[in-house]
Design a protein around this ligand. Structure first.
Ligand code: UDP
Length: 583
């Protein structure tokens, strides 16, 4: 049982935290990243549930139970992609306010209280608890933003509660447990490129809302604990409301999280943009709390000053202190191939920005070791890669080589997986997709498979990859007439890159991605290597086994290894002509 002493609480939390760490360490080796993050989410929710069971007081149990119930709804939402399930959070809010703590009164700055009727109290508490998960989900559209905002706001509200002169044992316990879990699952929350996804936004949103009400029953007014979240989330709350209103009323909606998008369009990198948004939120949170609690409270003054310094530091870092050596880590380079060292989510965000805001043609290439080798001698190919909007590291050989020369990439993004993710996003956003390439029938089969896998995907058209040169104009016109947003070209390397470079603009598509043999894999003509082969970097061998004629291409591998060795030893004579590229 959770004893009333803080010592027992600490021991219990330490035990749960240790188990969570062990689970993560043990399973990391065996699971794919998607599965691993699912496991992490389930472990975190389970850990909260365990703490809830151990808690002695009703209000605490109800708060944690509401969080866990909301997380379960989040899982259903994730599985069904049903936005309508969002309304279930109000049901959780209703149960919470009927059986748990409620917003029963509001304090005005003069120290006056306004007591709410039972009905009004239930309605306001239901809305408060039900809205937070939905609001968190809106913020979570930008990878990394929700996790960072949550971490900072949770820390800030913990500081208020733990430093409060009133006895807030319930709220303090939840605060501490939350802080420990944020630390134990830090990579799930404090990572600039990762979304929390529906279950965690629901869990934390409900817990956060519940936490800010918890103090009410113990004397602290709702006013104090509600103002901090309201102040902290003032910016995203305003932007989300504006986004919803403009989506409902305007023919050209402004979209959500305007400040973030503005920063991105002004050239800020994704991490800097989200740090800036979080800093602005932290400053508004501090200022609002400082005004409410009173300026003599030093904690807030210090926090506000720290916030301002953080802002100046971030701007300074971005403007003047972008160290040259980081450039190599941000964009690792092997000969003529400069790879974008970004996560899959960030790559998707970039594509979304091109399609929804910019609408200029961009090529995506997914080079492997042989493509890097080609870039040494093939000036055209090298130029296309340099000017490409995204260069995603696909081949295991290239990734291994980059690691060897000291610029490892953060995440492998195989072309076939990125194609599927793009189609998944396209199905949600209504982007129109054209499949070009492969033997007759392959593009149709691939399109059918994708449409089946991602209901709602609009296939603008298909065309095989063996049309005659003189038919090119017709193909381009057809692609343009179909108002294609994304053109997948599976013509093999380097033909597809040359083709996209020459014709993407006349096709009118925003994105042209060379997908090589992925078309065959998606269509089912070839099978993708099992996970074990992929993990060992042996996908190429599996392909060679399926298509033995590919052995011929591997003749060039020793040359790749030779040049890599020269590069590693810094005695390679290859000179990269520095074409500056604006991405
Ligand atoms: N392909 C094509 N037109 C061509 C040459 C190739 O459509 O003129 C198709 C081919 O049918 C195959 C795909 O391009 O489906 C990939 O070819 P390859 O395996 O040579 O490319 P890689 O995957 O190695 O880049």
């Amino acid at each position: 049982m959770f004893s009333s002493s803080y010592m027992t609480t600490a021991v219990m939390i330490a035990m749960v935290a240790a188990i969570c760490v062990l689970i993560q360490k043990f399973f990391k080796k065996y699971l794919e990243s998607d599965q691993y993050y699912y496991l992490k989410d389930i472990t975190l929710i389970g850990a909260w549930a365990l703490c809830g069971i151990w808690m002695p007081d009703g209000p605490l149990r109800i708060t944690v139970a509401a969080g866990v119930a909301a997380a379960c709804i989040g899982f259903c939402q994730k599985a069904t992609k049903g936005r309508y399930l969002r309304f279930s959070y109000f049901l959780v809010g209703l149960v919470f306010s009927l059986f748990g703590p409620r917003i029963a009164f509001i304090e005005f700055s003069g120290g006056e209280y306004y007591y709410l009727s039972y009905f009004a109290s239930v309605v306001i508490s239901t809305l408060w608890v039900g809205l937070f998960p939905i609001f968190f989900q809106e913020i979570d559209e930008i990878p990394g933003l929700c996790g960072l905002l949550l971490t900072v706001s949770w820390t800030m509200i913990s500081v208020v509660i733990l430093s409060s002169s009133q006895s807030l044992r319930d709220a303090s316990q939840i605060c501490i447990i939350g802080l420990v879990f944020l630390l134990v699952f830090w990579s799930r929350h404090i990572y600039a490129y990762r979304r929390l996804t529906e279950p965690l936004t629901a869990l934390w949103g409900t817990l956060f809302a519940g936490l800010s009400i918890l103090g009410v029953s113990k004397g602290i007014t709702f006013y104090t604990l509600a103002l901090l979240p309201l102040g902290f989330f003032a910016l995203p709350l305003t932007e989300t409301s504006m986004g919803i209103i403009s989506a409902a009323l305007s023919p050209k909606p402004t979209g959500n999280l305007i400040l973030y998008r503005k920063l991105i369009t002004r050239g800020f990198t994704h991490p800097i943009a989200i740090y800036l948004v979080v800093t602005v939120c932290a400053i508004t949170g501090c200022l609002v709390s400082a005004i409410q609690i009173g300026m003599p409270d030093f904690l807030y003054l210090i926090a506000a000053v720290a916030g301002v310094f953080a802002l100046i530091w971030t701007i300074y870092t971005f403007k003047y202190k972008r160290p040259k050596m980081n450039e190599a880590c941000r964009n690792p380079r092997l000969w003529g191939v400069t790879v974008d060292n970004i996560s899959l989510n960030y790559a998707l965000i970039k594509v979304q920005h091109w399609i929804e805001n910019e609408r200029l043609p961009h090529i995506i290439v997914t080079p492997d070791a042989l493509a890097a080798l080609r870039s040494r001698t093939d000036g055209d190919y090298s130029r296309i890669v340099k000017n490409a909007g995204l260069v995603l590291p696909d081949g295991a050989g290239l990734i291994g080589a980059l690691k060897l020369i000291g610029t490892p990439i953060q995440e492998r993004i195989p072309g076939v997986e990125f194609t599927e993710h793009l189609c998944k996003r396209a199905a949600c956003e209504g982007w129109r997709v054209w499949m070009l390439g492969g033997a007759p029938g392959v593009a149709e089969a691939a399109a059918a498979k994708l449409a089946e896998k991602f209901p709602g995907l609009v296939i603008a058209g298909v065309c095989d990859g063996y049309f005659k040169e003189e038919e090119t104009e017709n193909v381009c016109s057809a692609i343009r007439a179909a108002k294609t947003d994304i053109l997948f070209a599976g013509l093999g390397v380097p033909k597809q890159e040359y083709w996209l470079d020459k014709h993407l603009e006349s096709c009118g598509a925003v994105v042209g991605m060379g997908i090589g043999g992925s078309m065959d894999v998606i269509s089912g003509r070839l099978t993708r290597a099992p996970k074990g082969w992929q993990r060992c970097g042996m996908e190429w061998l599996y392909r060679v086994i399926q298509e033995p004629w590919r052995w011929k291409r591997l003749k060039k591998l020793p040359l790749f290894v030779w040049y890599l060795l020269l590069t590693y030893l810094h005695i390679d004579s290859y000179k990269n002509d520095d074409i500056s590229v604006e991405k």
